[in-house]
Design a protein around this ligand. Structure first.
Ligand code: NI
Ligand code: MN
Length: 223
């Protein structure tokens, strides 16, 4: 069983009934966030890169919950190395086994916000499912390799300007061939203002047969 809850922007809570995995918890700065940082519970927090809309409230939540923070070794070192927070450092292409399953760091084409670090995405194995969390990224040919990971759910940015827009995100879905796509990283601020409607249209044109589930902040899906 896996319950996926969208908390806004690029923040998702993955819950297998025992373990809660949180991604990019940008909550207090996000007027559309479904919860405040002091309401969310997490055992693990994974941060795709060092930009403020991804690090977000990770330090405060990790400290309050005693959660470990995972991400690239350079990012976790720079952002959390002196905090006393437990880290799970990795690097692109590497998988780490964890009590809930595993996490693999995968390429993302994006600035990392930390000198010497790479931005990344994650493939999580949790609750018997594989979830690809893209982080912030451009469309890249590397995404074709994700087909081998047999992704059940792909969480893809569609907001344009800083990441893939709706058309490229639909092309990414076609390369990845996931069981389902959930869009993220749109509508949060004026510069990425849009609904998911254009993405849904492009999916019909460019990735026919791959279902799209649009979650409003606070909505969940159980697989
Ligand atoms: Ni970013
Ligand atoms: Mn971002």
């Amino acid at each position: 069983m896996l319950k996926i809850t969208f908390l806004g922007h690029a923040c998702f809570l993955l819950d297998d009934g025992e373990t809660k995995v949180l991604t990019d918890p940008y909550l207090s700065g996000n007027p559309l966030a479904a919860v405040s940082p002091d309401e969310v519970e997490a055992d693990y927090i994974f941060v795709s890169h060092g930009h403020g809309d991804h690090i977000g409230d990770a330090p405060e939540i990790a400290t309050r919950c005693g959660a470990a923070v995972g991400g690239s070794v350079e990012m976790t070192g720079a952002m959390f190395g002196k905090s006393g927070i437990e880290t799970i450092p990795g690097n692109i292409g590497g998988r780490t086994e964890l009590p809930f399953g595993s996490v693999k760091l995968v390429p993302a084409i994006h600035g990392s916000g930390v000198p010497g670090a790479l931005a990344c995405g994650f493939v999580f194995e949790i609750g018997g499912k594989r979830v690809y969390f893209a982080g912030d990224t451009a469309l890249t040919k590397d995404m074709e390799l994700l087909e081998y990971d047999m992704i059940d759910v792909a969480l893809l940015p569609i907001g344009d300007v800083y990441t893939m827009g709706p058309e490229d995100a639909a092309r990414a879905a076609w390369m990845i061939r996931p069981g389902m796509v959930i869009p993220m990283h749109y509508g949060t601020f004026p510069i990425i203002e849009q609904t998911a409607d254009r993405f849904v249209d492009y999916m019909q044109d460019l990735a026919a047969g791959i279902p799209v589930k649009v979650l409003a902040p606070g909505e969940s899906l159980t697989l």
